[in-house]
Design a protein around this ligand. Structure first.
Ligand SMILES: *[C@@H]1O[C@H](CO)[C@@H](O)[C@H](O)[C@H]1NC(C)=O
Ligand SMILES: *[C@@H]1O[C@H](CO)[C@@H](O)[C@H](O)[C@H]1NC(C)=O
Ligand SMILES: *[C@@H]1O[C@H](CO)[C@@H](O)[C@H](O)[C@H]1NC(C)=O
Ligand SMILES: *[C@@H]1O[C@H](CO)[C@@H](O)[C@H](O)[C@H]1NC(C)=O
Ligand SMILES: *[C@@H]1O[C@H](CO)[C@@H](O)[C@H](O)[C@H]1NC(C)=O
Ligand SMILES: *[C@@H]1O[C@H](CO)[C@@H](O)[C@H](O)[C@H]1NC(C)=O
Length: 666
């Protein structure tokens, strides 16, 4: 061997690595499972700030998520069935706050489903409760106790979607991520199936149990339970399933997954699990929490969405890496396509990474998705066993129905991880000629490739959105501009539920929850026994929040409060600090506290409270904090030294109705 040749070899190795392997893509021996689609999950109040974006940007954002052949082209929209409970980054309103109440105008999930359907009439809709309003079951609070009542509550939501929005719900679940209790889960699932069927909702499938794979064991022992469940949905399965789940023969879903910061590595996580959930776990659908980061940056799980849009006041948004990683699969497949079999188009690359192939039911179209994400650049929210990836020359050998394919269209992503690296996302490459069913592709490290016969791929784009801005101050809202039952803009409710109520010519917000709801997760629903909603900018230090407040004569709360520098919210709410000005008309007194739970009392004293509306104000200036009722200064004292900054907010001292109007923050 002469020197130049040796150098050439080294060069080849450096670029393409030392790995070269042939992979066969063949349907002759049969096909794998049916593909059920890739989706996004709007839950835990994760879409709260999307609804009041300016129309133009809001429409663009929705296109990036749902419009076919544009961006993520999602095929499933899963939403929370609001239960008035803290479900991660806030509470979502129930359609039945009380047993005597029914309302299908609340919150934003109805609106989101309508917008998704407008863009993609074939998108599947999936609803799941995180928790339930308190009336759902007798003490001890548990929706399993009266399955008929719980199932009826869920089915009313399905019927409400049809009646009020002409939305067909395709899938419902029972209770998010609750402990698996065979007896009670079985009884709720079977009752739900029955209530759906007697209401002519036989087309609505049940997915369960939206937690672990444990339900599969129950299904193997119990044919009735197995018959009631269409999809076994597990959360954050780390790409693997169980033997029992496989044995059921049911379709297996990662019915909630991802939950990872949406930078380039987050996109890497998403690309890897979209592929490997099938390769390792035979899962035919993967659904990302969350669909979109439309919650304040300082709430739990910041930027865990497929894209980011949490500045409705500026209109700024960011199309993040996971949007394009979704497109690699979603733009070239449809629900009902079939995976090829493991070893014949599905598997791990010898050099690290994975590949899947999907074929249209008529076998005319083939889509292959290859990913070579390294462990370092595709970490999700759980530890990942170590593995190595190297660049490789991949020879694709098409057989069976695919031998006559003469050309494949490549789409390429290579997120930049070094400072000088450019991000390559979803770029169309020169078509690859296939000769005698064979084609070779050089795949680098940290890349995603789609090779497809589908010619309609498209990287959608809009002009850049407006620049980012801080939350505008002074901020005011008289709540006249809303439809009744809507949630007020920019208020991220954390406990309880606040909605627009009209009385004569006046509109205002009312806290609606009358009793402790049934928690999603024990720590997520602190037994604070009060409502609380936050607004604004977590960096606020010197701030005044002023509002008119009224305790309703019927079912009223015993008091109201204002908050500033509230440092925590979401599922971290239980030890929220800040400055809290509680006013209690009952005993004409106030309590100033440095925590939400009112255990760190700073000052107490008398107040005068008139019947009807009273103006209350909490003002913090440097080291001093002031409280006012109807313009009268009732407290002036030193502010707690910690926390130094946080959200503003308001709430009720306990469960019960209270009204708020004419908000002014400066
Ligand atoms: C309701 O939706 C269906 C499609 O699911 C459509 O065919 C029908 O026209 C819609 N009805 C109305 C009143 O919009
Ligand atoms: C199942 O749940 C019910 C109701 O909460 C409870 O009474 C029962 O002890 C639970 N069983 C198991 C095995 O956890
Ligand atoms: C990855 O490669 C390194 C360096 O060759 C080696 O030390 C390590 O054991 C490999 N890890 C795995 C999981 O193969
Ligand atoms: C939108 O905000 C993000 C985050 O602050 C920023 O990176 C981006 O440049 C902004 N977009 C525009 C068009 O200013
Ligand atoms: C107050 O609560 C009672 C039940 O305790 C209920 O019947 C009534 O409708 C409620 N009124 C309002 C305004 O919530
Ligand atoms: C808050 O107000 C005090 C008193 O006016 C001032 O000294 C301090 O700099 C202000 N802090 C901020 C962050 O603006």
């Amino acid at each position: 061997m002469t020197w130049p040749r040796a150098l050439l070899m080294l060069h080849v190795f450096a670029v393409y690595g030392s790995d070269a392997a042939t992979y066969v893509f063949d349907d002759s021996a049969g096909l794998g499972r049916t593909f059920d689609g890739i989706g996004g999950l709007s839950a835990g109040a994760s879409s709260k700030l999307l609804v009041n974006y300016p129309d133009e940007q809001r429409s663009q954002i929705l296109d990036y998520l749902f419009k076919p052949k544009f961006g993520a082209s999602l095929k499933i929209l899963k939403v929370e069935i609001g239960g008035d409970v803290q479900s991660t980054d806030g509470t979502e309103a129930s359609h039945m706050h009380n047993s005597w109440d029914e309302n299908y105008q609340r919150g934003y999930e109805w609106w989101l489903m309508v917008e998704a359907k407008k863009r993609n009439p074939d998108i599947k809709l999936y609803g799941l409760p995180w928790g339930f309003p308190g009336w759902i079951a007798a003490a001890p609070q548990d929706p399993y106790v009266d399955p008929q009542q719980t199932a009826t509550y869920i089915v009313k939501w399905v019927q409400g979607a049809k009646m009020h929005y002409n939305l067909t719900i395709d899938i419902v679940g029972i209770w998010n991520e609750r402990y698996y209790n065979a007896t009670y889960v079985k009884s709720l699932i079977q009752t739900l199936r029955k209530v759906l069927d007697v209401n002519n909702l036989g087309h609505v499938s049940v997915a369960a149990a939206d937690g672990t794979w444990d339900i599969a064991d129950g299904m193997l022992e119990d044919a009735d339970l197995a018959a009631a469940v269409t999809y076994i949905g597990a959360h954050y399965p780390s790409t693997v399933t169980t033997d029992a789940a496989l044995k059921t023969g049911k379709q297996l879903w990662a019915s909630e997954d991802y939950s990872t910061f949406n930078d380039n590595s987050g996109g890497g996580c998403w690309a890897r699990i979209i592929n490997q959930n099938y390769v390792n776990g035979h899962m035919t659908s993967t659904i990302a929490w969350n669909l979109i980061t439309s919650y304040y940056e300082n709430l739990p799980y910041p930027r865990n969405g497929l894209m980011t849009a949490n500045e409705p006041w500026s209109g700024n948004y960011t199309v993040e890496s996971p949007i394009w990683m979704s497109a690699h699969t979603t733009q070239f497949t449809e629900i009902g396509w079939l995976y090829l079999r493991h070893g014949n188009g599905v598997g791990h690359l010898q050099s690290g990474g994975s590949y899947v192939s999907l074929v249209s039911p008529d076998k005319k179209d083939l889509t292959i998705v290859i990913e070579t994400l390294t462990q370092e650049h595709s970490k999700c929210n759980k530890p990942l066993d170590p593995y190595n990836v190297s660049a490789a020359q991949i020879t694709i050998q098409l057989k069976g129905s695919f031998v006559s394919i003469t050309q494949l269209q490549p789409w390429h992503s290579k997120p930049g991880f070094g400072s000088a690296d450019r991000d390559i996302y979803f770029e169309k490459r020169q078509p690859l000629k296939v000769t005698n069913g064979q084609v070779t592709l050089n795949v680098g490290v940290d890349e995603v490739w789609t090779l497809t016969t589908v010619s309609t791929g498209n990287k959608g784009s809009y002009p850049p959105p407006p620049p980012s801005k801080t939350f505008p101050l002074p901020y005011q809202d008289d709540f006249e501009g809303y439809a009744v039952s809507m949630e007020p803009n920019n208020f991220a409710q954390q406990l309880g539920s606040f909605e627009i109520v009209a009385e004569g010519n006046n509109k205002f917000i009312r806290q609606m929850v009358l009793q402790q709801p049934l928690a999603w997760w024990p720590n997520a629903e602190p037994k604070l026994g009060r409502s609380f909603s936050v607004i604004g900018d977590h960096s606020w230090t010197n701030i005044s929040i002023k509002v008119d407040a009224r305790i309703t004569p019927v079912n009223g709360t015993s008091g109201v409060f204002l908050a500033a520098r509230a440092d925590k919210a979401g599922i971290a709410l239980y030890d929220t600090g800040g400055v809290f000005f509680y006013v209690s008309p009952d005993n004409s007194s106030y309590i100033l506290s440095s925590d939400l739970s009112k255990t760190q009392v700073v000052s107490t004293g008398p107040v005068k409270w008139r019947k009807g509306w009273n103006t209350i104000e909490l003002r913090i200036l440097g080291e001093m904090v002031f409280g006012f009722v109807d313009g009268v200064e009732v407290v002036a004292t030193r502010a707690p030294t910690e926390p130094t900054n946080g959200f503003a907010g308001l709430g009720t001292t306990n469960w019960g109705l209270a009204d708020f109007d004419n908000l002014y923050i400066t």
